[in-house]
Design a protein around this ligand. Structure first.
Ligand SMILES: Nc1ncnc2c1ncn2[C@@H]1O[C@H](COP(=O)(O)OP(=O)(O)OP(=O)(O)O)[C@@H](O)[C@H]1O
Length: 237
């Protein structure tokens, strides 16, 4: 049981006289970790925001098709490049999202405890969240998302401003969230990271899905000239 798949049918987004997403049809189902790649401005963030329901005003449809589709709002989470922390303790940042979902107090406490432990933040629970380093804040953002037990987690360049150590820690948490049963859909500009995390790649260029393939195949032999150019560092937009 779950909210997936998510079906996008002929999704286009236009603004300022430009077509930023162009007739995107995709089915996002349970299972493999999906990484969306593409040059700056390709439309990756727009696509994620439409999937997560943060952006309206598009043409076409984006619909949850799973048996629990009515609960889709509650069963998804998103983590951004720059996490927004409440001006509260680390613990309160996790508990807040659970409170909004009306979970009983005991559940909230237990889920918060688990999420902070998994993110390696137990010792920081009472500290102000805004005093954490960038890497710690991103781990907290992941803990906050994980505590919600989402069916699907969207991540928009979650390690873009982190050093290699912090990036590794974030990747390990993403991997654990996936192994706990959540579908992962993320964007990144870090190709080494994409190779480490992706089971499949969706390659976007100029608002269109140019390729969608198992990651190993995509990296070994991209089919489109755009993806070949992108992987060799020659496609700038
Ligand atoms: N709400 C909006 N209204 C108008 N234009 C937008 C809006 N959001 C994004 N854009 C434009 O749409 C294009 C695609 O943006 P998007 O952020 O999705 O790209 P991206 O692939 O995520 O790029 P990057 O890798 O640089 O983050 C860009 O040219 C951007 O300026």
């Amino acid at each position: 049981m779950g909210v997936l798949p998510l079906e996008l049918s002929e999704v286009s987004f236009r603004a300022g006289g430009r077509t930023l997403l162009d007739r995107i049809s995709l089915e996002i189902g349970e299972g493999p970790r999906t990484v969306i790649l593409g040059p700056n401005g390709a439309g990756k963030s727009l696509l994620l925001r439409i999937c997560h329901g943060l952006l309206g005003g598009f043409e076409g449809t984006a619909a949850w098709k799973g048996p629990d589709a009515d609960a889709a709002r509650q069963r998804q989470a998103m983590v951004f490049q720059k996490p927004v922390m409440l001006r509260r303790s680390v613990r309160a940042n996790v508990e807040y999202g659970l409170k909004l979902r009306n979970l009983p107090l005991d559940d909230r406490r237990e889920r918060t405890r688990q999420a902070l432990e998994r993110a390696g933040l137990t010792g920081r629970a009472e500290q102000s969240a805004r005093q954490l380093s960038g890497g710690e804040q991103q781990r907290l953002a992941l803990a906050r998302a994980w505590a919600l037990r989402p069916d699907i987690l969207f991540l928009d360049e979650p390690t873009a401003s982190l050093d290699p150590g912090a990036t590794g820690a974030v990747e390990r948490i993403i991997d654990e969230i996936h192994r706990s049963g959540a579908k992962i859909v993320m964007t990144t500009h870090d190709l080494a990271q994409a190779r480490r995390l992706a089971d499949e790649v969706i390659f976007l260029h100029a608002g269109r899905v140019v390729e969608r393939r198992p990651a190993a195949d995509f990296f070994a032999a991209p089919e489109s000239p755009e993806a070949r150019a992108y992987l060799s560092g020659e496609l700038l937009w």
